[in-house]
Design a protein around this ligand. Structure first.
Ligand code: COA
Length: 191
């Protein structure tokens, strides 16, 4: 298994991987068939992000096939360009082999290399697996987004998580844990 930065030529494989992920799980934002970019648009955006560091995408590959992906969208303004919003997915057949953690570490390395300071992501409160992974990777709860997504027509809350990757650059040393949303409860709810 190899973790590597995606290149424009991966566009078609990435679209297919994401489509499989959207069909396999309702833990991601999009539903199957909801992707809007075609291969050329995807290739253009991957190339652009590689050139201007406005975002990142790393893929996990085994035997020439993509098995997982992490991508990050960076803030566009001067005041939030230090932040990266992450999305991660691994095909179900490859779960529990450390791919998710390796992808997260790759995203963190990319962020460090490019001088970013803050990693951010959201996770549905029922997603215990992803919550465990993020906790292991050092993410902390910032708050609870109420009814931030609808899953099969039912409202669902998400945790907002972050990790500061160079704490010497300011900000709170630890993220305050809002009442009733401590990390002990992270991902422990089923809805
Ligand atoms: C979340 C996801 C990326 C994890 O990928 P992965 O390759 O299985 O991750 P890893 O193997 O690195 O680590 C998984 C960890 O979850 C833990 N875990 C597995 N099942 C669990 C469960 N039911 N409850 C709590 N933790 C669980 C494992 O123990 C493992 O930790 P360990 O290495 O300490 O044992 C993957 O499951 C996935 O793509 N899920 C669907 C999409 C998704 O939820 N994306 C995140 C949206 S925010």
């Amino acid at each position: 298994m190899q973790i590597r930065e995606a290149v424009a030529n991966d566009a078609e494989a990435v679209i297919q991987l994401l489509e499989r992920l959207y069909a396999e799980t309702s833990f991601l934002l999009l539903e199957p068939g909801e992707q809007v970019w075609n291969k050329d648009e995807y290739a253009r955006r991957i190339a652009q992000a590689r050139a201007d560091r406005s975002g990142m995408m790393y893929v996990a590959e085994a035997d020439g096939a993509l098995t997982g992906v992490v991508f990050g969208i960076r803030g566009r303004a001067r005041r939030n360009r230090h932040g990266l919003y992450l999305v991660i997915g691994v095909l179900r057949a490859h779960w529990n082999r450390g791919i998710g953690l390796s992808l997260l570490r790759a995203a963190e390395e990319w962020a460090k290399t490019n001088g970013l300071h803050r990693l951010e992501l959201t996770v549905q409160v029922r997603n215990a697996r992803a919550a465990a992974l993020y906790r292991k990777a050092g993410f902390e709860v910032e708050g609870r987004k109420r009814h931030s997504v609808f899953i099969d027509n039912a409202p669902m809350d998400e945790w907002l998580l972050s990790r500061l990757i160079d704490r010497s650059r300011g900000g709170e040393d630890r993220v305050a844990q809002p009442e009733h949303s401590g990390s002990a409860h992270l991902g422990s709810e089923q809805r």
